[in-house]
Structures are given as structure tokens and as C-alpha cells.
Write a protein that binds this ligand. Structure first.
Ligand SMILES: Cc1cc2nc3c(=O)[nH]c(=O)nc-3n(C[C@H](O)[C@H](O)[C@H](O)COP(=O)(O)OP(=O)(O)OC[C@H]3O[C@@H](n4cnc5c(N)ncnc54)[C@H](O)[C@@H]3O)c2cc1C
Length: 430
């Protein structure tokens, strides 16, 4: 009887308002449930960095973006949902394409050199258009009588009492029948607290991706950029590590990614381009075995080391030639960095990256240059470090009325998968 009542009406708390929460709320907004969204930012626009506030490249792929199964039909609906929030004029500026159609010449060339070309479709909205997408979503949701937004509400603790879930912040406490935690990667301190209190909800954790942001003039990659805009390839290197490209930004800019106690690099681009350079990440997937259990600590340590050598909250920039010769870069060549000068120092990345990672990355770049010759030009730029942290994988079946969705659950890494994860959970409550 009790469970029947709960299905008809529940007071639901949603922690965080990013891609996963958007997917969840879009499914339950027409239900009888009363939904309270607690977001730490002061409003919809000023939330922490993530793909729905920066860049906005939406992928549909069965092999990348997350480690759960999101049917392609749902992924396509996610794309339509976001693109549908743009006005007619802005829809025209969305770049779209297919990465590695198996019939393409690039597919064959990469394949012949030992790469695994990753097939996906993508739509690029651009940083400049994402604000209006979020505004429309917010307006649509907040018009519903059962949906309540609470900004400036950073949840710091989660507890159970009498089958209810309690959320606590500095100046509030509220209890719910059902709670959905969707705090992304930026909410790792909350997740760390909850998983130390309830360690039984952690299913596994052992991976971190570490590497560099690579920058080169647009004309060197013009052909592949024109054909697929975002090229994604993986290579199993001789060290046993897999190295991959990630987040290609034609005519884009390199930016800093700010964490509480260190900075790393990232990249983005506007819908109409903003520079004459292309940048992409080259990441080495590092998996640990017993007894090590702290991949986040490992990635943070290496990031901090790069900042220490750079003399503060800065990253290290080096030319490819100097990296290969393991000597500090003193002078740049023809490629002008798009990251502001105040955010980097010229240095030697070999002092930061463990040998196994730098050897893997070197092999990757040399092989890449066999397919795209300009990649190994001596004055191309490398910024270190770029790190992709994977959250602990959470077992969502452990506590029936406390669920984790999106990147903080450790099961997703992209807008499409995070939104899809939210939708799947939301539809199970309807
Ligand atoms: C710079 C950058 C660019 C990216 N670009 C792309 C891209 O182009 N394409 C792509 O597919 N993916 C991209 N990604 C990855 C993508 O953004 C994420 O996979 C996706 O947004 C995850 O959705 P989420 O809802 O789990 O988390 P998020 O979208 O990050 O949302 C989490 C929300 O929770 C809030 N929050 C955090 N802690 C708390 C707390 N304690 N209390 C209350 N609220 C809290 C945050 O403010 C935020 O609004 C990018 C990531 C970054 C960092």
C-alpha cells in the first residue's frame, strides 16, 4: 500500500542542475511528483564549467560517452531536445557531421596504421549559444507548478532516517521521499563525503586519463576538420596503454580548467570559430590494480606538479620538438598560443608526465603524423596537463530512494549519456 502511494506522489529532491538533472526533470515534470532542485550556483547561467555551459558538442555514439547502455533512439531524442531550444536563426549555425563513416578514406588510413576510429554523429552548438538553450529549459521547467528551483543551495551532506533522505547545506536541511544526486564532476566533494559514509554504494574505481592539449594551425588539419569536425581515434600503444584524441576544437581556444587546488587545460570553440588554430586533447588512459585505489589523487598530484613547476595557477607550454628533445622551450615558433600568456610558462613537460605516459603519447603523435603529416611539425604546441577524472562507479540499487545519475555516478562522461541517464531514471518513476 505504502509503495503504491509513493508511486503516485513523492517529494523528490534533485541535487545539481546540469545535463543529467535536465534529462530527469524533463521526464517527470508532467507527473504528480513535487520536485525541488537544489543547485549551488546563484542562477542558471553561472554554474560550474561543463559541456552544457561551454562548447556544447553533442554526440550520438554506441561506443563513447559512458559505460551504460543508452539506446540510440534516446540519444537522438536528447539531441533534438537541446537543438529544439535554439531559435530558428541559431539552429542554422549548428555544425553537424559524422565522425568516421566506415566508407571514408580517413577511416581506412587510420585503420591501416593501427588506430581504432570511433564512429559517432555530432552536433556542435557552441559556447556562445548555450546560454539561450539553458534559459529556455529553465523557463519551461519553472513554469510547472510542481517544480521548484532553489539556487545558492550547495548540498554538503546526505543522510537517511526512517526511509527518508535528508539533504543538508550550510543554512538549510530538508527531507525527501526520493533523492536524485546529479552533481557532475564538479560535485566530487559531496560524492566523496557520501561514499566515505556509505562505502557499500561504491562499485569500483581505478581509472584516470592523463595527457596534454595539442594545438596546431587550422590549415594542417583542415581536410579532416572539414570532413568530420570532431575526429576521435584510439591507439593501443607499445606500453600497453591506450591513447585517444578527445574534444577537437577547429578554430578554437585553449582554456584553463579551474579546480579548488590546481588548474589543468581544456579547449572550446564558439559556433563561428574564434582563432586560426585547432586544439584537441591527447589522453592516456591509466588503469590501476591492487592495492592502489586513488586514481583521482594520482591525477590531482600530477596536475599540482605541473602548477608547481609553472609557478602558480598556470600550466606548462612546450613545442613538440622540445618535448621530443626533453629540453625546456625558451622560444615559440610559428604557432601562436591561444591560451593567454598569463596562464602558462614555457617549460618542459617531461618533468611532469611519468615516462610510461609520455612514451605512449609520443608514439601516438608519431603515428598520427603518418595519417595527418603536419601533426609532428616541430613548432606545434603541447600544454600540460589535461586530466579526465572518472568518478567512482556507484551502485544505484543499494538504496532504493537515493539515486546517482550523470557523471557523478561514474557511469557517464558526456552530455548525451548524462541526459539519457537522467531520462531513463525519470521514465521509471512515471
Ligand atoms: C569544460 C568542459 C567541456 C565539456 N564539453 C563537452 C562537450 O562539448 N560535449 C560533451 O558531450 N561533454 C562535454 N563535457 C562533459 C559534460 O559536460 C558532462 O559529461 C555532463 O555535463 C555531465 O552532466 P552532469 O549533469 O552529470 O553534470 P554537470 O552538467 O556538470 O552538472 C552538475 C551540476 O551540479 C551542480 N553542483 C555541484 N555540486 C553541487 C552541490 N554540492 N550541491 C548542489 N549543486 C551542485 C553544479 O553547479 C552543476 O550545475 C565537458 C566538460 C567540461 C568540464
Amino acid at each position: 500500500m505504502e509503495s503504491q502511494k509513493r508511486l503516485l506522489y513523492m517529494k523528490i529532491g534533485v541535487v545539481g542542475f546540469g545535463a543529467a538533472a535536465i534529462g530527469f526533470v524533463s521526464e517527470v515534470m508532467n507527473s504528480n511528483h513535487e520536485i525541488h532542485i537544489l543547485e549551488r550556483s546563484k542562477d542558471i547561467y553561472s554554474s560550474s564549467i561543463s559541456g552544457i555551459r561551454s562548447d556544447g558538442k553533442i554526440f550520438v555514439s554506441s561506443t563513447m560517452g559512458g559505460e551504460l547502455e543508452i539506446p540510440i533512439s534516446i540519444q537522438r531524442e536528447v539531441v533534438d531536445f537541446y537543438i529544439g531550444k535554439l531559435n530558428e536563426e541559431d539552429k542554422k549555425s549548428v555544425r553537424t557531421g559524422v565522425s568516421f563513416d566506415s566508407k571514408s578514406e580517413f577511416f581506412e588510413n587510420f585503420y591501416a596504421k593501427g588506430f581504432e576510429p570511433v564512429n559517432s554523429m555530432f552536433w556542435h552548438i557552441g559556447t556562445d549559444k548555450l546560454g539561450s538553450v539553458l534559459t529556455r529549459i529553465y523557463d519551461e521547467f519553472s513554469q510547472k507548478r510542481n517544480i521548484h528551483f532553489h539556487f545558492n543551495s550547495r548540498v554538503e551532506d546526505i543522510d537517511f532516517s526512517d526511509n527518508r533522505v535528508i539533504l543538508r547545506g550550510r543554512d538549510f536541511e530538508a527531507d525527501f521521499d526520493y533523492v536524485v544526486v546529479a552533481v557532475g564532476r564538479s560535485g566530487h566533494s559531496l560524492i566523496k563525503g557520501v561514499t566515505s559514509k556509505y562505502p557499500e554504494i561504491v562499485a569500483s574505481s581505478n581509472t584516470v586519463d592523463i595527457g596534454v592539449r595539442f594545438e596546431l594551425p587550422d590549415h594542417l588539419v583542415e581536410e579532416i576538420n572539414k570532413e568530420m569536425y570532431e575526429f576521435k581515434v584510439r591507439l593501443k600503444t607499445r606500453t600497453g596503454y591506450t591513447v585517444r584524441t578527445f574534444c577537437n576544437n577547429p578554430s578554437g581556444k585553449v582554456v584553463l580548467e579551474n579546480y579548488d587546488d590546481f588548474v589543468t587545460v581544456n579547449g572550446h570553440s564558439n559556433s563561428d570559430g574564434s582563432s586560426v588554430n585547432t586544439n584537441f586533447a591527447i589522453l592516456c588512459t591509466t588503469r590501476f590494480t591492487e592495492p592502489f585505489h586513488d586514481p583521482i589523487g594520482y591525477g590531482s598530484y600530477i596536475s599540482r606538479l605541473s602548477n608547481i613547476l609553472a609557478g602558480g595557477r598556470k600550466v606548462i607550454l612546450q613545442t613538440y620538438e622540445d618535448f621530443m628533445q626533453t629540453k625546456r622551450t625558451k622560444r615559440l615558433g610559428r604557432v601562436k598560443p591561444t591560451l593567454p600568456e598569463s596562464d602558462f610558462i614555457l617549460g618542459d613537460i617531461n618533468l611532469v608526465l611519468p615516462r610510461r605516459i609520455s612514451v605512449s603519447i609520443t608514439e601516438f603523435i608519431e603515428k598520427l603524423s603518418e595519417v595527418i603529416p603536419g601533426v609532428a611539425y616541430p613548432d606545434n604546441l603541447m600544454y600540460a596537463v589535461e586530466v579526465k577524472f572518472y568518478s567512482n562507479k556507484i551502485d544505484n540499487d543499494r538504496y532504493g530512494n537515493l539515486k546517482f545519475i550523470g557523471d557523478c555516478s561514474g557511469h557517464t562522461r558526456s552530455i548525451t549519456y548524462a541526459t539519457g541517464h537522467g531520462r531513463l531514471l525519470g521514465s521509471s518513476l512515471k
